[in-house]
Design a protein around this ligand. Structure first.
Ligand SMILES: [Zn+2]
Length: 200
């Protein structure tokens, strides 16, 4: 395979990118000058060096001295609330809405329907650990309103109730305003706000 097609194949592996878009990316890169491409290549090479994963909520954050991200370190967050999201992009959508001030946990994926090994798809062990170390009154499941997202929410709800049967933790899900097929990543600020206020 020539380098053009090889690069197209790389872009095709990106989330949400089809063959036509992958091809457009590569042709776009071909129109850029060398310094643009060098800068970009360098950023890609360095991305893992400068970004680390928070040991408490498991989100990616720019490297600082601490092993915790700014949200987990902040003294101003409400530590009685934990929001569970699938990916970093969902965390970003919620943070941008400025209506949630609790803590987070990034599952790292979703559990497809009929999945035989859910523990390989999401961070279950880490979630159990996070909940047992915390003092949460409420856990909010903020997952996409898609088949996989809803299956994940149901699985996680059962996982929490069976592992922490007498904790009295309230488990809620995002409410009105989110229609079927909604992916949090693409939902606007006001809709997230209303879905959070109307959680049940
Ligand atoms: Zn964190």
């Amino acid at each position: 395979m020539d380098s053009l097609n090889k690069l197209i194949e790389y872009f095709r592996e990106f989330p949400g990118i089809g063959p036509r878009q992958a091809r457009r990316f590569v042709y776009f890169l071909l129109t850029r000058n060398s310094s643009y491409l060098e800068d970009m290549a360098k950023l890609i090479l360095d991305i893992k060096k400068n970004i680390r994963i928070c040991s408490s909520c498991f989100r990616f954050y720019p490297e600082e001295k601490s092993s915790l991200c700014s949200v987990c370190l902040s003294p101003n967050r409400d530590t009685s609330q934990l929001m569970i999201v699938s990916r970093d992009v969902d965390f970003e959508s919620i943070e941008k809405s400025h209506v949630y001030n609790g803590l987070y946990f990034i599952l790292g994926g979703t559990i497809p329907i009929l999945e035989k090994e859910p523990e390989k798809k999401v961070r279950l062990k880490e979630l159990k650990d996070k909940i047992s170390k915390g003092n949460f009154k409420e856990i909010i499941l903020s997952l996409n309103i898609t088949a996989d997202g809803e299956n994940t929410a149901e699985y996680i709800r059962q996982f929490i109730t069976s592992n922490f049967p007498d904790s009295g933790i309230k488990i809620s899900v995002l409410g009105r305003g989110l229609s079927t097929g909604s992916e949090l990543e693409y939902v606007d600020k006001d809709t997230i706000k209303s879905a959070l206020e109307n959680r049940s």
